[in-house]
Design a protein around this ligand. Structure first.
Ligand code: FMN
Ligand code: SF4
Ligand code: SF4
Length: 247
């Protein structure tokens, strides 16, 4: 049983690939009204993006309520660069037999522009190979810690992560430009239900998960975050997947 959270599809794709390769099922935690039956579970996996060198709060809150079963457990964080102590911190909330990071295209366009197309394609190709290796290890129930922590991991995962959750999760800077046609996609797809329609245009609540799905996936590219995102490209994995792997 694999539980995942994903903003722009990287973690969703990785979770589904792992489910396919290990003969398991993947569940989007934002669509779960109640837990699936866990009677015959032989493994539990978690897949989620790294947010400021930590796990997204929605995932940490989810695992706090999950029963701790005595089965093989693994966690995979997808990241654009490095993961810091994300998996060590996560395994304190839910003990993990194995931990991995998976390098994927960067979706944090508030901080910097997306990767160039060539790098995006390279990362996805390398991720396919890494997912197959992971799946073999998971099937053998090997205990592995293969996480690219990067430099200053402690500082990033403690100090910077604290700052992110306290000060950088404001949804107030989001706004829709005139090119917005009021299609409502951003509202329907926001996992935090933090967007609503007012006078035909989306408006944002004060806080959200910062998954960046709305801004990256708007078909009109009409959403901006203050002045940070003007002129930057948008990223979602959907444009890079073959039909049979669409999420
Ligand atoms: C709010 C936020 C913070 C992020 N922080 C990090 C980070 O600390 N380290 C990193 O390597 N990537 C970081 N990223 C990039 C994502 O972790 C990466 O692109 C991930 O694969 C996105 O997964 P998703 O498509 O499933 O949402 C961040 C992205 C967002 C939206
Ligand atoms: S997805 Fe884009 S075009 Fe559609 S309502 Fe939201 S901002 Fe407007
Ligand atoms: S408002 Fe946008 S960034 Fe925030 S949770 Fe919703 S989709 Fe994600």
């Amino acid at each position: 049983m694999i539980f995942y959270f994903s903003g722009t599809g990287n973690s969703s794709w990785a979770a589904r690939q792992l489910a396919r390769l290990t003969g398991d099922e993947a569940y989007d935690i934002t669509h779960l009204n109640e837990l699936p039956n866990m009677d015959n579970v032989w493994q539990i996996g978690f897949v989620f993006p790294v947010y400021a060198w930590g796990a997204p709060e929605i995932m940490t809150e989810f695992v706090k309520k999950l029963p701790k079963l005595r089965v093989f457990t693994f966690g995979v964080c997808t990241c654009g660069g490095d993961a810091g102590l994300t998996m060590k911190q996560f395994s304190k909330l839910y003990p993990l037999s194995s931990s991995y990071s998976l390098l994927m295209p960067n979706n944090y366009i508030i901080g910097s522009d997306t990767d160039q197309v060539e790098e995006i394609l390279q990362k996805i190709t390398a991720a396919r190979t890494e997912l197959e290796r992971m799946a073999q290890e998971i099937r053998r129930q090997e205990q592995v810690y293969r996480v690219h922590e990067g430099g200053l991991a402690g500082v990033k995962s403690h100090l910077v992560n604290f700052g992110f959750n306290k000060f950088a999760r404001s949804a107030k800077p989001f706004f829709a430009e005139d090119s917005c046609n009021g299609c409502g996609q951003c509202i329907r797809n926001c996992p935090a239900h933090a967007i609503s329609l007012r006078d035909g245009k989306p408006v944002w609540e004060t806080q959200c998960f910062q998954c960046l799905r709305c801004i990256n996936e708007c078909p009109q590219q009409a959403i901006q975050y203050g002045k940070a995102t003007a002129g930057r490209r948008r990223y979602t994995i959907r444009g890079y997947l073959p039909q049979n792997e669409q999420i």
